[in-house]
Design a protein around this ligand. Structure first.
Ligand code: LER
Ligand code: MN
Length: 265
């Protein structure tokens, strides 16, 4: 099992992870014993990728994934929008994230950028069409994208791993995988464990947060059973903390890694 935590690149961005000075955050993440970071990036065209690559290398941290959610939450760009011009901008943005992903060997997350729609049928059709185009870029750049189901209060398009699997099969590209997030799964899945097991073959990344989105161990999710399900499907990729900064961001990071250490033993 490899461990990572979400880290914002731009110092003024507030992530579900560590925000502020990138260098000191990477130093701290490494000191705590994590193997990697998931980059949370607001503007893929304005960050110094080479500087990030060097910093991650210095602190011996992999970068398994890049989060793209701010494209929707700040800029309002979504892959399912009823307006073609918005979808085009969102797709272009994913292409820019993929360019970074290629340089850093990171997968690109398709989470909030899926958007929310008034009309489900046309929304899912638009999302599928946009994903086909994103998959084309992902193939060109040999950098996978990951569909992340979100809970119903954040999106009305893909809420479960089953729905994500169906979409993945429709898009039908080896560069499209799935990821899970225990916080969303707790709200949407009939069984967190069975859904993880069923996603075997497509599951390439996972966010860990407890039922209240605090560090694992601070809520009422059964992480023993979740870890068993992951073991059963021989999941060996990253477990990434995507958590609220409670009681503060560094303590949340510490609580997570200690909890995961205990679970491993
Ligand atoms: C948002 O709730 C989330 O889980 C992110 O990983 C998606 O962009
Ligand atoms: Mn997530």
């Amino acid at each position: 099992m490899q461990t990572a935590i979400v880290v914002a690149v731009e110092p003024d961005v507030k992530p579900l992870g560590l925000g502020g000075n990138l260098r000191s955050n990477l130093k701290e993440v490494s000191r705590l014993g994590y193997n990697g970071i998931e980059l949370f990036v607001r503007d893929p065209e304005r960050i110094d990728v080479e500087e990030i690559r060097k910093l991650a290398e210095k602190f011996n941290l992999s970068i398994p994934a890049i989060g793209t959610g701010l494209t929707y939450t700040i800029y309002g760009l979504s892959l399912s929008s009823s307006r073609e011009s918005i979808r085009k901008k969102a797709i272009k943005r994913i292409r820019n994230y993929l360019k970074i992903g290629r340089k850093l060997y990171s997968r690109v997350i398709i989470g909030s950028i899926k958007g929310k729609v008034d009309d489900f049928q046309s929304g899912i059709r638009n999302l599928r069409g946009s994903l086909v185009r994103c998959a084309g870029f992902a193939e060109e750049m040999e950098t996978p994208i990951l569909i992340e189901p979100l809970n119903r209060y954040e999106s009305n398009l893909i809420n479960t791993l089953d729905e994500a699997t169906r979409l993945r099969e429709e898009v039908d590209s080896s560069m499209v995988g799935l990821m899970a997030d225990t916080f969303h799964m707790n709200i949407e899945e009939r069984s967190i464990y069975n859904s993880l097991i069923k996603a075997k073959g497509y599951l390439e990344h996972i966010h860990f947060a407890d039922s209240n989105r605090q560090a694992p161990g601070q809520g009422h999710l059964d992480f023993n059973k979740i870890m068993h399900a992951l073991k059963e499907i021989d999941y060996k990729r990253f477990i990434t903390a995507e958590i609220l900064s409670l009681p503060n961001q560094y303590e949340a990071a510490r609580l997570t890694i200690e909890f995961l250490r205990i679970m491993r033993n």
